[in-house]
Design a protein around this ligand. Structure first.
Ligand SMILES: [Zn+2]
Length: 588
């Protein structure tokens, strides 16, 4: 695998069970390892035997996971290499489906094991309940339905990805059109926005068709598993033991009451600054004072060096972790031809090391992305000492606390990149983005609650339900003349199609991150110590305990949302610059 940016990585611990070399591309080389574990389970006569068996099972899962990550990294770093793509797809299509049923079998053996009840309760509580759900929900008759669901998901992605528009004589993808919404020329913004909105609208029927087929499949999957609807099934399948659909509805209410007014206020200010009679959908991404975009760095080396300085100012341990990653070439940050879009943190499960991939081009969002992904990377490093593989990963609701907190904590030191005024502008944009996110998240989440608790609804009823939510969580933007676009706005939210119910997690995590940041405003050292201790727990404790360890209540009601929004408003007021004349270059 010479396509990987890193070479040999130090292994964290010597292997105990999996042979030094395994031909991972061939199932017949992997299957015997599962056979051995199955046979061995009945021979576990003591608690110590069973614990060793669990560690060996974890070692096998980690080595498989490591292989999958390496193939994924190689492919995304070299999209033009056909072999790399083939190797990854082979693994996903030929190896992973077989792994699923073998992992299920091991789960069954564990649950039926006579020594299971003797295991230390607190230590295995989370593992036990996760395994129970995996085994409980597994239905062989759902496997082909899930395959069909995936196929429809690919169809959605293909359709979305294939859309292009003709803009000023050139064919552009919708993603490429995004940057024109940041232009200061309003007519140009409107032209770009309309092209994209109309192009999506042309395919509205197709998006609806795909979605309806998906909803039907999901209702069947839930019914097969013995659930009255997909809402209840999804909460169980996502391992949501610690909050309910009712808690999410309380969260929606809190957002409506405490956050929406802040968003409306911010947009009113934006309208004033832009000197417009009304904000239109194409007026939301441009700088309201017509300043050119921020340019935090020119070369990726500067991005690394300055981010390193930020970590040094937060904590020496963090700074060392980041140096360590550079030493082992675990960062591939620069945009270049032949690289997949986007950014991610991937964990090499066997060496227990993080890898960060992104496409930096010198924008402020690159700084934010690196802080975010490094938050994930610190989580990986902090939970390295955990020997049980399943506990080296936390639930997504908490993983994003790790990353989003790092954005907020790191943003306190943006002067490493900018003069004071520009640093404030970046901080302001970031906080406004957080405020903007919550109501949209609430609309998407509430929409899914509606969809999956109204089986057999018609297309017209669904549109009406969406529009009601757009009114409830909507901002002050004037949509006159674009009512159809607004009625189908949800088509662009990939999660509804590909990852049902997976969106509220970001809202929950953002609350946690704001709380970590609020704690740091009070006592920086204590807040940071709590944050690190919580990260070190990995996934070994239930969500409310992970939050508590980080110094955050696990509560999405108005009583925890309100003070956090007050803090955001206070900070925004501090960052506010005096109003300047429109059209004047106001860069300091
Ligand atoms: Zn993340």
């Amino acid at each position: 695998m010479s396509l990987l940016p890193f070479g040999n990585l130090p292994s964290y611990a010597p292997r105990h069970f999996v042979p030094a070399t395994v031909e991972w591309g061939q199932w017949e080389h992997i299957a015997p390892l599962f056979d051995q574990l199955e046979t061995r389970s009945s021979a576990c006569a003591t608690v110590a035997d069973l614990e060793q068996w669990l560690l060996d099972w974890g070692e096998l899962s980690a080595t498989v996971d490591d292989e999958s990550s390496r193939r994924y990294i190689a492919m995304t770093c070299h999209t033009d290499d056909a072999e790399a793509e083939k190797a990854y797809l082979h693994f996903v299509e030929q190896i992973e489906p077989q792994l699923k049923s073998r992992q299920f079998k091991l789960g069954e053996l564990f649950l039926a094991h006579p020594m299971r009840s003797q295991l230390p309760k607190r230590r295995y509580e989370v593992f036990d309940r996760d395994t129970k759900v995996n085994v409980e929900l597994f239905r062989p008759e759902n496997v082909p339905l899930e395959t069909e669901e995936n196929r429809l998901g690919q169809q959605y992605q293909k359709l979305s990805g294939s859309l292009t528009v003709q803009f000023r004589g050139e064919e552009k993808t919708l993603a490429q059109m995004g940057r024109y919404l940041e232009e200061t020329d309003r007519a140009l913004r409107q032209e770009a926005w309309e092209l994209v909105a109309n192009r999506r609208l042309q395919e509205a029927e197709k998006f609806e068709d795909i979605f309806e087929q998906m909803v039907k499949l999901r209702e069947q999957i839930a019914a097969n598993a013995g659930f009255p609807n997909y809402l209840e099934y999804a909460f169980r399948a996502r391992g949501r033991f610690d909050y309910t659909p009712a808690d999410c509805r309380v969260f929606h209410d809190a957002i409506e009451r405490e956050i929406l007014p802040v968003l409306r206020q911010l947009q009113a200010e934006r309208r004033q600054k832009m000197d417009l009679p009304a904000l239109r959908p194409w007026d939301l991404a441009a700088d309201p004072q017509q300043r050119p975009p921020l340019r935090p760095f020119a070369q990726v080396e500067q991005l690394i060096k300055q981010t390193q300085n930020i970590f040094t100012r937060i904590d020496t341990g963090l700074a060392q972790g980041f140096t360590y990653m550079q030493h082992f070439h675990l960062l591939d940050l620069a945009n270049r031809k032949g690289k997949a879009p986007g950014g991610y943190q991937s964990t090499l499960a066997e060496s227990r090391l993080p890898f960060i991939f992104m496409n930096s081009v010198g924008q402020q969002r690159d700084v934010e992305t690196l802080l975010h992904e490094t938050g994930h990377a610190f989580h990986t490093l902090a939970s390295r000492r955990e020997d049980l593989y399943a506990y080296r990963t936390a639930p997504i609701e908490f993983c994003e606390v790790a990353s989003m907190s790092m954005e907020l904590l790191g943003n306190e030191y943006l002067e490493e990149f900018y003069p004071k005024a520009e640093a404030n502008r970046a901080r302001r944009d970031h906080l406004e983005g957080i405020v903007k996110f919550f109501p949209w998240m609430a609309a998407i989440d509430a929409f899914q609650h509606w969809i999956y608790s109204h089986p057999g609804h018609s297309r017209a009823q669904r549109t009406a339900a969406w529009l009601e939510l757009m009114d409830r969580f909507g901002d002050v933007v004037d949509w006159t003349g674009y009512e159809q676009v607004r009625a189908h706005l949800w088509h662009r939210q990939l999660h509804l199609f590909l990852h049902p119910f997976y969106y509220v997690e970001y809202g929950i995590a953002q609350l946690g991150a704001l709380q970590v940041w609020a704690n740091a405003k009070g006592n920086k050292a204590a807040a940071f110590r709590d944050y690190q201790q919580a990260l070190a727990l990995g996934g070994s404790r239930p969500l409310p305990e992970l939050f508590a360890a980080a110094g955050c209540p696990f509560d999405f009601s108005a009583s925890s949302v309100k003070p956090l929004m007050q803090l955001v408003q206070t900070e925004l007021a501090k960052l506010n610059e005096p109003r300047r004349g429109i059209g004047v270059n106001t860069q300091d």
